[in-house]
Structures are given as C-alpha cells and as structure tokens.
Design a protein around this ligand. Structure first.
Ligand code: NAD
Ligand code: FES
Length: 282
C-alpha cells in the first residue's frame, strides 16, 4: 500500500499528492511517470512524477479532476493509501548542457514540465520558462518554476496574471529576442501542436511530452500508440517524450477524443450518484 503523506489543491480542480514510494523516489529521473490504482477495481491512472524526496521516500504527482477516477483520487485524504503504484515508467528526459533552453507549459502540463526545468537548470543551462493558463487561478507551480528558471514568463488567456496571450505568444517573444538552442513543450495536445509549429518556424529542436490513453504501461496493449515521423511508437515505453516536429498531433487528438463522450457520460452518472447518496440538509 502507498500512503498519501500530503495533499493540497493548487487550483479548484488540480491537486498535489505526496505519496510514500521510497524505491520509486530513489530511482526516478526527470520525464518518468507512474501508473497507480486506487483499489482493485480502479482504473490505471498514468501520472508524471512531478517531484521526489529521496530522504523522505516520497514522490509528488499532480492530478486534474476531469473524470471518475481522477475525481476519486482527488477525494482521497492524507493517511489514505493507494492499492498500487508502478514505476518509474517511460524513458527519462535527455538532459545535457545545450545553452539556452525554452521550457513551455500549458495548464496542468506545467506539472510534468517542472522536473525537466529543474534538471535543465542543474545541468547548467540558461532556462527560460513560459507557463500559461486560461486565467490567474489556474496558474500552478509559479514559485517552484521561478526557483529553477533564469526567467519566468507567465501568460494567461484573459490577462489576469502576467501577460495576456497564449503560451505560443510568450515563446515567440523569447525566440525573437535571443538564441534558443532547445525547447521543451508540455500541455494539452492542441497547445503542443501549435508550440511545435512555432519552434519549427525558427528551426529549434523541440521535445514534447505526450499524455495518451494508457492501459498496461508496458508496451503490450497498444492503447498509447502515436505516429512520430510516420512510424508507430508506444508512448509508455518509447516515450513519453518525442521530437515535437515529427509527432502527428492531429491523429493523437483524434485518438484522445475516442472515449470522450463515454467518459463524460460516466462522470455525469458518477456525480449524480454522489448527490443522491449525500446526506440531506436539515
Ligand atoms: P488549457 O486548455 O487550459 O490550456 C492551457 C494553455 O495552453 C492555455 O492557457 C494556452 O496558453 C495554451 N493553449 C491552449 N490551446 C492552445 C492553442 N490552440 N494554441 C496555443 N496555445 C494553446 O489546459 P488544461 O485544461 O490545463 O489542460 C488539460 C489538458 O492537458 C488535458 O487534455 C490533459 O490531458 C493535458 N495534459 C497534458 C499533459 C502532458 O504530459 N502533455 C500533462 C497533464 C495534462
Ligand atoms: Fe499499453 Fe503503452 S499503455 S502499450
């Protein structure tokens, strides 16, 4: 069993969970992820390891409440335990000193970006980070990102914090201003598609971390397959990071949307069942 040591909400629907998992904490590298199950009937939930503490034997994951399983996970409390946590999975990020690295995160994608920003900085790079969200209340990990970035740019769609505009506008501003040797982009698929098109214009090598549907996480089921440079790759074992200029994001979005209606129906039924079992107010 994997105990929840700490929990806090970073925004209305995004929670940070600190989980006791000493072996994973010791061996994880930037870019790795885990797959967890809450209980024996639970769905397998893939989550990037956002941070780890070797001394305390803990890993940190950040989860967005979007469906039944993530709702149940966000409802767990300090002291509760998860049935299983498998990891570290996936290939680690290739980290080297390349000069200036532009790290761009959109929405909850800022969470998996954090260990990469950290590792890029510790490798001696100049790290310029752009974090973006729809509005001020959805901006996460601002202080953590600032601590490991030479410069932090915040973009919000509505201009309620930082500069008004999309993540790609913040990225382009940096690219036009100075030489960028490499870029890392993480966020919703549509954001990564346009972030990759932005860096392609300027010929900047770019890595994207993909969050496809996953089942076994060991390369057996094919649920996570994507096309990269015309070749089929499995995100769980060959990724999650790929050359962003070669990823077929349109196909990835099509596959991500395959179960959207069923998921939304299931989530709506689940929320209704919670309402019907809630104690009546007197
Ligand atoms: P969101 O939809 O609020 O978008 C966040 C930011 O991305 C926006 O503020 C904007 O700056 C940028 N963006 C969005 N669309 C864009 C476009 N067309 N062009 C340029 N920039 C654009 O994000 P959210 O609701 O936090 O994201 C949730 C999604 O992120 C889910 O689909 C989830 O699966 C995915 N996600 C991805 C990863 C990953 O590892 N890639 C990790 C966590 C979550
Ligand atoms: Fe099954 Fe990747 S999750 S092959």
């Amino acid at each position: 069993m994997y105990k929840i040591i700490d929990k806090e909400f970073l925004s209305e629907n995004v929670a940070r969970l600190v989980i006791e998992a000493p072996y994973i904490a010791k061996s994880r590298k930037a870019g790795n992820f885990i797959i967890l199950r809450i209980d024996k009937n639970g769905e397998r939930i893939p989550l990037t390891i956002a941070d780890a503490n070797i001394e305390k034997g803990t890993i940190t994951v950040i989860v967005q409440r979007v469906g039944v399983s993530s709702h149940k996970l966000c409802a767990m409390n300090i002291g509760d335990a998860l049935l299983d946590v498998v990891g570290p999975l996936g290939k680690e990020t290739h980290i080297s000193n390349v000069g200036t690295v532009l790290c761009a995160g959109g929405g909850v994608g800022v969470a998996p970006l954090f260990p990469i920003v950290q590792a890029m900085k510790l490798a001696g790079n100049r790290v310029i980070t752009v974090i973006a969200a729809r509005t001020k209340d959805l901006v996460i990990l601002e202080d953590e990102m600032r601590a490991y970035s030479d410069e932090l740019i915040i973009m919000t769609d509505d201009g309620s914090l930082g500069k008004k505009g999309l993540v790609t506008q913040g990225m382009e501003e940096v690219i036009l201003r100075e030489k960028v040797n490499e870029a890392v982009v993480i966020g919703p698929a549509i954001m990564m598609k346009y972030a990759a098109l932005t860096t392609k214009k300027y010929d900047i090598p770019t890595v994207a971390s993909l969050n496809t549907i996953m089942v076994d996480g060991t390369g057996m089921c094919g649920a996570c397959r994507v096309s990269v440079g015309g070749k089929t790759e499995f995100v769980c074992v060959n990724g999650p990071e790929f050359d962003a200029h070669k990823v077929n994001f349109d196909e990835m979005m099509f596959r991500l949307n395959a179960y959207k209606t069923k998921e939304a129906e299931g989530y709506s039924d689940y929320l209704k069942s919670l309402e019907s079992t809630a104690p009546a107010l007197v």
